[in-house]
Write a protein that binds this ligand. Structure first.
Ligand code: GLU
Length: 429
């Protein structure tokens, strides 16, 4: 299929697995199930706004480099745009557009009043100094100043960015506006209005969804064997919380490869080791090295791809041994792989559900900021857990009632809510 939007550049080559195409295929399937009007589908198949800005950055060497900074706003029918900003070499406008669309369905599925957005710059942040990253973050946000705001579009961390970048962005926006505007970004440091629980939120959400899925199969986290691809902000937090809950994390990985331990890894010790060894996990005691590809096909109960998209494809889907896959990354399982996994009875818990914990706590951070009332961590985690469990239950109910996969059920719920709002608001003019 070659789905194009007039707002996006051409697909670079037929061999390219286009994430925007994939996102549109899921939307098409949900639209068919919902018997959506063709016009509504056309609206939802296109981003609302696509912005690319030039970011001239002075390197520490004095040389000037020009970077392209993207922000795609998919839909604002339910509320302000919401979504992370990614610093990663694989960023393209098509990828950012797909991720913006996923954010729309994710927010709608979780019942939080936002529309989707995503931003990105194609850089490897490790190749830039802290000062350079600050200049990049500040210039990026100042170029987008008219397109963002607490009731317009609220960025957050994503791959390669964290609370540090959010603080620079909040400061840049605030200085330009003339007063502090904490609500312009979420995932901020606590000192400037961040929320307790935000840093671990995506990982905590993954843990909750896996726990609920196991419960439905009459099992618990205790002793469950889990392999996690990725050990960063999402994979690392999920590993920690799952380990705390009694699961056996048998393998984790980073971009440069993974480690495996038949009897389970001691996650707190591994975290301490990683901190001492410049973020390396290889060489951790009593483990065997393993490649990222090998990790995916390990014998285990639950597989959590928490790194990049398109990791489980037609090429390796039939070798996956887990019964449950929880997509902690965005789009780690391709459309075709998802179909063959489902046919084999593997439960694939879709990204827009599994990794929604981050944006849910972003929402709670935004609400706390707007009400000038800050909650303790227990309250934040409790509110998040309620929203996650409710969404999980609705997805599973919809999946059973319609006899469709949990992924399609999640899309049906998310897309259905947006389509209904679009219908009720009507088309202007
Ligand atoms: N980047 C995260 C996501 O993809 C969080 C977005 C947010 O908090 O707005 O869901």
């Amino acid at each position: 299929m070659d789905k194009t939007s007039p707002l996006l550049p051409e697909i670079p080559s037929p061999a390219y697995i286009c994430p925007f195409d994939q996102a549109c295929s899921y939307l098409d399937a949900a639209a068919k199930e919902l018997k959506l009007d063709q016009g509504v589908l056309e609206i939802l198949s296109n981003p609302r706004k696509v912005v690319t800005v030039s970011i001239p950055v002075k390197r520490d060497s004095g040389e000037i480099q020009i970077l392209a900074g993207h922000r795609v706003q998919h839909c604002n029918v339910l509320g302000p745009h919401k979504g992370g900003i990614r610093f990663h070499p694989a960023v393209t406008l098509r990828e950012v557009s797909a991720l913006a669309m996923l954010m729309t369905w994710k927010c709608a599925l979780l019942g939080i009043p936002y529309g989707g957005a995503k931003g990105g710059i194609a850089i490897n942040p490790k190749s830039y100094s802290i000062n350079e990253l600050e200049r990049i973050s500040r210039r990026y946000i100042s170029e987008l100043i008219k397109d963002i705001g607490p009731s317009v579009d609220i960025p957050a961390p994503d791959m390669g960015t964290s609370a540090r970048e959010m603080a620079w962005m909040m400061d840049t926006y605030s200085v330009n506006i003339g007063h502090a505007v904490p609500g312009v970004v979420t995932g901020k440091p606590l000192s400037i209005g961040g929320s307790l629980g935000r840093e671990m939120a995506t990982g905590r959400g993954v843990m909750i969804i896996v726990r609920e899925a196991l419960k439905d199969k009459g099992k618990s986290l205790e002793g469950t064997r889990i392999a996690i691809q990725g050990f960063g902000n999402v994979g690392g937090a999920a590993a920690e919380l799952l380990h705390q809950a009694g699961a056996k994390i048998i393998a984790v990985s980073t971009g440069s490869g993974g480690i495996f331990a038949e009897n389970g890894l001691d996650i707190p010790q591994l975290k301490a080791y990683q901190k001492e060894n410049n973020r390396k996990i290889s060489g951790f005691s009593k483990t065997q090295p393993i490649s990222n590809a090998e990790l995916l096909t390990l014998p285990c109960d639950v597989l959590i791809p928490a790194a990049l998209e398109n990791q489980i494809t037609q090429k390796n889907a039939d070798r996956i041994q887990a019964n449950i896959i929880a997509e902690a990354a965005n789009g780690p399982v391709t459309l075709e792989a998802n179909l063959s996994l489902e046919a084999r009875g593997v439960t694939v818990l879709p990204d827009i559900l599994s990794n929604a914990g981050g944006v849910v706590v972003s929402y709670l951070e935004w609400v706390q900021g707007l009400s000038y009332l800050f909650w303790d961590e227990e309250k934040v985690n409790g509110e998040m857990e309620n929203l996650m469990v409710q969404a999980y239950r609705k997805v599973m109910q919809q999946s059973q009632e319609r006899k469709i996969s949990p992924r399609l059920a999640a899309y049906v719920l998310g897309v259905g809510r947006v389509a209904q709002a679009l219908k009720d608001r009507g088309l202007y003019p």
